[in-house]
Design a protein around this ligand. Structure first.
Ligand code: FES
Length: 146
């Protein structure tokens, strides 16, 4: 059995570093939403819907109690589930490490240990919705609409 040369050791370390860098960039960590985000008209948000608002990093949902909003950023390692996961009325899945959440953002499968952050939502007289991503609310908060 021979001792590895300095070159062989260096090549092994470089290969391991490249693999680590590739793994680390597989899931891009995102900064969460902030400020006020236009979320369309209430008439386009039927009961039972759940969808991302473009690339705003906000999910808009509606159940029988009203409209709610929450982040698309996974609390495990900050992947943006808009592009790295699935968001639909049956639930939310993070593609980075397979954390799963209910349609209301409650974590049902780790590695995430916490639920999705919810944001305040307001509506204008014309029915236009605004998500206030700098104002967090409880997961039970709803904007009652008719
Ligand atoms: S970042 Fe979502 S499960 Fe890890």
């Amino acid at each position: 059995m021979s001792n590895p040369s300095r070159r062989e050791v260096l090549q092994t370390l470089l290969a391991a570093g490249a693999a680590g860098a590739l793994f680390a960039t597989g899931c891009a960590a995102a900064v969460g939403p902030s400020g006020n985000i236009a979320a369309g008209n209430v008439s386009s948000v039927p009961i039972g819907s759940l969808k991302a608002i473009g690339t705003s990093m906000v999910i808009l949902g509606r159940d029988v109690a009203g409209i709610y909003a929450m982040t698309t950023i996974c609390p495990h390692a900050n992947c943006d589930m808009t592009t790295q996961g699935t968001i639909d009325p049956s639930g939310i899945i993070c593609a980075c490490h397979n954390s799963q959440f209910t349609a209301n953002g409650s974590v049902t499968k780790g590695p995430a240990k916490s639920s999705l952050t919810h944001f305040a939502v307001s509506v204008s007289a014309a029915g236009d919705l605004t998500v206030h991503a700098s104002s967090t609310v409880s997961a039970a908060t709803r904007l009652a609409v008719v």
